[in-house]
Design a protein around this ligand. Structure first.
Ligand code: GLP
Length: 250
């Protein structure tokens, strides 16, 4: 099912697998149209299926990552890139190790840097120097965060250090042995980086995301729900499974 609400294209797919296939299809079309695309990549459990599908498309010679540059949205801070919970480790194991992407052109905020401010400025500059992000992939936190832009966000920020919301620490504790192991901070692209992307796709699956998806689309644009800012972007596609779309379809 395809909907258009407030200028946002919304695909409602039957289940997680078909949502993942649909998003992989959008990404691979984008790459076919512009082989040197700059991708903005997301982590979390939601895009895992999409990455699996992209690997499959690559193995079937339907997509070629040869000329792709990528920037990840965020990384925990502090964290070592060899830590299994780092987003650097996640990207290698879920995508980069399995496709022909040039790892020298994949960028993830450095979770170990001593000088965070400098690293953030350099990250913004690198995105700017390659001409900006062509396609930004997003998930959404239960509290409406995108990347790690937590409620009460300053919409003007670019890449910056974030103190993680207690709810985010709780939600992400499932990946760690102990909740106390979840880093208290992260480095995240800001809303400004995300809004400057030429095209954005946001994915959500499962009933737990139904309310936040409803509110980000129908509510007012507010820093209390960071993803609501996407209502003001002119090229956003939202991909949902039926459960996440529960409150926006009858
Ligand atoms: C994490 C990430 C986000 C992600 C979100 C949702 O904290 N920083 O980029 O979109 O939480 O995660 P999940 O897809 O596992 O629900």
């Amino acid at each position: 099912m395809k909907l258009n609400i407030k200028g946002i294209t919304i695909f409602v797919e039957d289940d997680y697998l078909s949502m993942s296939k649909k998003s992989a299809e959008i990404v691979s079309h984008r790459i076919a149209n512009k082989p040197n695309s700059v991708l903005g990549l997301a982590t979390g459990s939601t895009p895992e299926g999409m990455y699996k599908e992209l690997i499959q498309l690559y193995l079937n010679k339907k997509v070629n990552f040869d000329n792709i540059t990528s920037f990840n949205l965020d990384e925990y801070y502090p964290i070592n890139k060899d830590n299994k919970n780092s987003y650097a480790y996640y990207m290698n194991s879920h995508l980069f190790n399995h496709v022909n992407i040039d790892k020298d052109k994949t960028f993830i905020p450095n979770g170990k840097t001593e000088n965070v401010d400098k690293m953030c400025k350099e990250y913004d500059q690198m995105i700017y120097d390659v001409g900006g992000i062509d396609l930004q992939i997003l998930g959404i936190g239960n509290n409406g965060h995108i990347g790690f832009n937590e409620p009460d966000v300053d919409f003007e920020l670019t890449t910056h250090l974030v103190k993680l919301d207690d709810k985010t620490i709780e939600a992400n504790a499932r990946f760690f042995a102990n909740i106390d192991d979840v880093p208290k901070f992260a480095v995240s692209m800001g809303i400004q980086n995300i809004m400057q992307s030429k095209k954005i796709i946001l994915m959500a699956s499962g009933e737990g995301k139904a309310k936040i998806i409803h509110d980000m689309i129908f509510g007012k644009v507010t820093p209390n729900l960071p993803a609501s800012i996407l209502q003001l972007h002119n090229n956003v596609t939202i991909l949902l499974d039926k459960k996440a779309a529960k409150l926006i379809i009858n």
